[in-house]
Write a protein that binds this ligand. Structure first.
Ligand SMILES: Cc1cc2nc3c(=O)[nH]c(=O)nc-3n(C[C@H](O)[C@H](O)[C@H](O)COP(=O)(O)OP(=O)(O)OC[C@H]3O[C@@H](n4cnc5c(N)ncnc54)[C@H](O)[C@@H]3O)c2cc1C
Length: 413
């Protein structure tokens, strides 16, 4: 049995960032993942501007051939289009980057190993607290550590085995992605209601379809839906995925409606900081294991690397009680936004047709252009670090409205 200062379970963006940061500061770290790298991961592959800024700060360089995405387009169910104009912030670039997760995650995993983390390829089955350490049971053996970082994604085994998650109060989402040949060079998000999906079922509201330009003439496309705590409701996604591909073909976006789609893969999202805390005692949850996905659009990579990095710093600064400083920082950096937008998603789950109508108003061509850039800042959680201008002021007002909704929800409960 091996003993480490820290065992990081899961080597996605959150775990690799945590392990790399710790190892570079002289901490002994086991980085345990059930998969060998490179491995695939269901994702839209879009790495947002704040994630790019943090990666740069951490000295992680992305390959030059990654596709840049600036403006994004939000299409309403009736086909109206809102342009979410991108702009550089004071501390992030005016674009995101598309990079297949198999490559991106392998890059971060390799960086953590080069920094000195010990890679263990094994499935974690449970974590037990002993007197002054933790025992991490894997399929093939055991590891012990003084501190555990749970970075094992939306279905975190670490969170489950220590009873750190309550699924009944969790906002889940489920999304399917594939790659398809396409002439599309825009990042498009399509809000779809029942009529677009052949009038069957409840459509995928709240949820959306997306198509993003990847590379080599391929686009990453998919559909995602919010289901609250009712995981069975995710069964609509398979059908919606097929309809969405047909829908794109009717818009002339996919090269041919018979173009085969490749590598269809699905995954759960745990959103809005719901259903779990940031850990207990000397176990810290990071990334999807802590439910840090944006409930409005499903982005989770930035919060994953940011929480992995902050958890590692808390461990280095306060090894005897890292949870307190880590949780305070997460509240400030992520939880306020996540909880406010989680309230919006809960409302959308309750009143899907109202939200469908609201999206028509949002995408109306009659609204001033500033709405597009402001909505982009709010929707993509880019308000902190945005340039001080009218767009930021409107975006802040949108965020305040969501926070007021959250307050009302809490008072009613
Ligand atoms: C279809 C889809 C599209 C998405 N699109 C985007 C997007 O475009 N942009 C964006 O920012 N976010 C997107 N997200 C969210 C994003 O993928 C996640 O937020 C992000 O991957 C979280 O990183 P993580 O490191 O916390 O977890 P993960 O990336 O899930 O990594 C967890 C790791 O833990 C390992 N693991 C799990 N269980 C065990 C175990 N028992 N033992 C050992 N290892 C284990 C896994 O093998 C994996 O490597 C999308 C999600 C989905 C499902």
């Amino acid at each position: 049995m091996d003993h480490f200062d820290v065992a990081v379970v899961g080597s996605g963006p959150a775990g690799s960032t945590a392990a790399g940061t710790l190892a570079s500061k002289g901490v002994t770290v086991a980085l345990i993942d059930k998969s060998q790298f490179p491995r695939d991961k269901a994702c839209g592959d879009l790495i947002g501007p704040r994630a790019l800024a943090l990666l740069k700060q951490l000295g992680i360089e992305l390959p030059n051939d990654s596709t840049r995405v600036g403006d994004m387009y939000l299409d309403s169910p009736k086909g109206r289009r809102l342009t979410m104009a991108a702009a550089p912030g004071v501390n992030y670039p005016g674009h995101g980057v598309l990079m297949q997760r198999s490559r991106f995650d392998a890059l971060l995993h390799d960086a953590a190993i080069s920094s000195g983390a010990t890679a263990i390829y094994d499935r974690v089955e449970g974590v037990v607290a002993l007197d002054s350490k933790y025992e991490i049971a894997t399929e093939k053996g055991k590891v012990t550590a003084d501190i555990v970082i749970g970075a094992d994604g939306a279905n975190s085994q670490v969170a489950r085995s220590l009873n750190l998650i309550d699924e009944r109060s969790t906002l889940f989402g489920f999304a399917l992605r594939g790659y398809v040949e396409s002439n599309n060079n825009k990042a498009i998000i399509s809000l779809l209601d029942q009529s677009e999906l052949g009038g069957e079922g409840r459509g995928i509201f709240p949820g959306y379809g997306w198509i993003f330009p990847a590379s080599d003439g391929l686009c990453n496309f998919g559909v995602g839906v919010g289901v609250g705590s009712d995981k069975k409701a995710a069964s609509t996604v398979n059908r919606a995925f097929t309809y969405y591909k047909e829908f794109l073909a009717t818009k002339g976006i996919v090269l041919s409606d018979s173009a085969p789609e490749r590598r269809r893969l699905g995954g759960w999202l745990r959103m809005g900081g719901s259903g779990s805390s940031f850990g207990s005692s000397k176990v810290l949850l990071v990334g999807d294991a802590a439910g840090l996905v944006n409930p409005l659009q499903g982005e989770g990579i930035f919060a994953a690397i940011d929480s992995g990095y902050r958890a590692a710093l808390a461990v280095v600064d306060r090894p005897s009680s890292p949870l307190f400083p880590y949780a305070i920082e997460m509240k400030e950096r992520h939880l306020t936004y996540l909880e406010a937008t989680a309230s919006l998603q809960r409302m959308a789950l309750k009143y899907p047709s109202l939200f469908s109508k609201a999206s028509e108003v949002l995408c109306s061509p009659l609204l001033p252009k500033i709405i597009g850039s402001s909505w982009g800042l709010f929707y993509n959680d880019l308000i902190e670090g945005a340039q001080n201008n009218g767009s930021k002021r409107v975006a802040k007002a949108l965020r305040s409205s969501a926070m007021a909704l959250r307050l009302a929800e809490t008072l009613v409960a």
